[in-house]
Structures are given as structure tokens and as C-alpha cells.
Design a protein. Structure first.
Length: 278
């Protein structure tokens, strides 16, 4: 495997931060080497300097997209960490529906529910949310459900939109009952059923850029992504999230994350071993 020099690592750290917001501190050289080495081999580059020069010459920015796909963390699985989805099912959605019903908020005769998965990777999180809503008996006839999944990776967004997963991906986090209820066999793969797929939309989005045209959400999942940003970028991210959240909405973050040092815009609450903010 081609080794990256300290000078090259500094160059790529700066470049990756600029295009993705992902901050790579010293000690993460192995991550750059592991993720980008296949691209170097494919392009016949002898060094990371050579690779960087090819990136700069690529007017169409195809290589930039591939670097983002390679470097962004796509570790995910259905019902990851379990507790946030239990929280959604037993606390957040019932409370939200009760509040919206009392306020008489309806859209074309249906109660609106807007949920955003801000780093949805290949779609497992947003589809887990959709399955949770189905299990609660929420349907598109009674509720105006809009689920949005965004990610910085083109490849991740493409797979999420298609909703097709291999045996390993399908087995991670899904019970046999859920697999049979919400998926169809597709050769050696499993594909999400149309009734679930119809609840969600996906788009590419860099969280470091302005949140143009997003609108407001009742619930935002932003789990295990801000930890890769600089402290300054984290504060900026949470400020933008706060402006995209309804005044009585909910933000769910990762179990190892905290907002106490980042922003005072949210009120932290604990329920079922999960952290939510409103």
C-alpha cells in the first residue's frame, strides 16, 4: 500500500475538510491510506501528490465525488443502537401527534409529520424510521408523512434511493419478521417494499453548506456525524439545525455525543437511555 507522507497528509486533510467538512487530525493517516489507496491503484498514481494533481485537473470533479464517497463514513445498519427508535415509537411520535392534533394542524385533511435524517448514508436509518411509523399504524391516508434522507456521498444516496441491500446489510439490525414484512427478495438481495419506499425521499447534501430549500422539520436525526467536524463547524451545524426545527420539535444525536459544549439552543432530555433535545 502506498504510504502518505506528512506533507501529503496535511494537503489531503485540508482538501477533505474543504470538500466535506470532515476533520482529519494527525494519527488518521491510516484512514486516508486505507480509503484512497484503491483509487491510487486504479489511476496508476505512484504517490498521493500525483493523485492530488489528477484531482485538481479533473474539471468535471468526478474524482472529487469519488474521494468523498471513499472518505465519508458509511458505517450504518437498520435500527442502529435500537434506543432512538424505541424513543421515537413510545415517546416522540405519540407526543408529537397529540400536540399536532390538539393544535388542529392538518394539511389537506391529514396530520403533517416531517422527519429528516441528516446523515442517512445508504438509507438504513430513514427506512428504520419509516418501519417504526408503519408499526405504529401510521399511514399516508391519515398522515402527511415526509421523510428526508441526506448524505454527502453520491454512491450512498443512490443506494438509499434504490433501497436494495445484500444479505449482510439486510441481516444487520433486522428481525426475520421485519425482513419478511417490509422487504421483497431480489435475487441474492432484499429490496424495500414500495409502501416504505414511498414514504422517503433522498438528496445529496453537504451539511457545511447552507440548508437551502429544506423547510422545517418536526424531528431531526443527526447522529454520529458532527463528531467528525471541528468544534467551530459543529456549532455552526447545530445553529443551522435549530433554524430547521419546529419550535416544539426534537433533535436526536448519537449516544456518545453531547450538545453541552456546542450550543444552548436545545434543551436536553433523557428517555429510555436515549438523548433527545428540543
Amino acid at each position: 500500500m502506498t504510504k502518505i507522507t506528512p506533507t501529503e497528509f496535511a494537503l489531503f486533510s485540508k482538501y477533505i475538510l474543504e470538500i466535506s467538512g470532515i476533520a482529519l487530525d494527525k494519527g488518521k493517516e491510516y484512514l486516508v491510506e486505507t480509503r484512497l489507496h484503491p483509487l491510487l491503484e486504479e489511476l496508476g498514481c505512484k504517490s498521493y501528490t500525483d493523485f492530488y494533481q489528477k484531482i485538481q485537473k479533473d474539471i468535471r470533479k468526478d474524482l472529487e465525488k469519488r474521494v468523498i464517497d471513499a472518505i465519508s463514513t458509511n458505517e450504518t445498519y437498520f435500527f442502529r443502537d435500537k434506543h432512538p427508535f424505541e424513543l421515537l415509537q413510545h415517546k416522540i411520535l405519540p407526543d408529537l401527534i397529540d400536540k399536532r392534533s390538539q393544535a388542529g394542524r392538518k394539511w389537506n385533511g391529514r396530520l403533517p409529520i416531517r422527519i429528516w435524517s441528516a446523515a442517512s448514508s445508504t438509507g438504513q436509518e430513514i427506512y428504520s424510521i419509516a418501519m417504526t411509523m408503519k408499526e405504529l399504524g401510521l399511514d399516508l391516508k391519515t398522515y402527511d408523512i415526509k421523510l428526508l434522507g441526506t448524505d454527502i456521498s453520491d454512491a450512498a444516496v443512490a443506494q438509499a434511493s434504490y433501497g436494495r441491500y445484500n444479505k449482510f446489510e439486510a441481516a444487520r439490525g433486522l428481525t426475520p419478521q421485519r425482513l419478511q414484512r417490509f422487504f421483497n427478495r431480489d435475487g441474492e438481495h432484499w429490496r424495500i417494499k414500495d409502501e416504505i419506499r414511498a414514504m422517503a425521499s433522498f438528496r445529496k447534501m453537504n451539511l457545511m453548506k447552507p440548508f437551502t430549500g429544506l423547510g422545517k422539520f418536526d424531528i431531526i436525526f443527526c447522529r454520529n456525524v458532527a463528531i467528525y467536524f471541528t468544534p467551530q463547524d459543529r456549532k455552526m451545524l447545530y445553529q443551522k439545525i435549530a433554524s430547521s426545527l419546529e419550535p416544539d420539535g426534537y433533535l436526536l444525536i448519537g449516544s456518545t455525543e453531547s450538545l453541552s459544549n456546542e450550543t444552548a439552543l436545545f434543551e436536553p432530555k433523557k428517555y429510555l437511555n436515549s438523548v433527545m433535545s428540543g
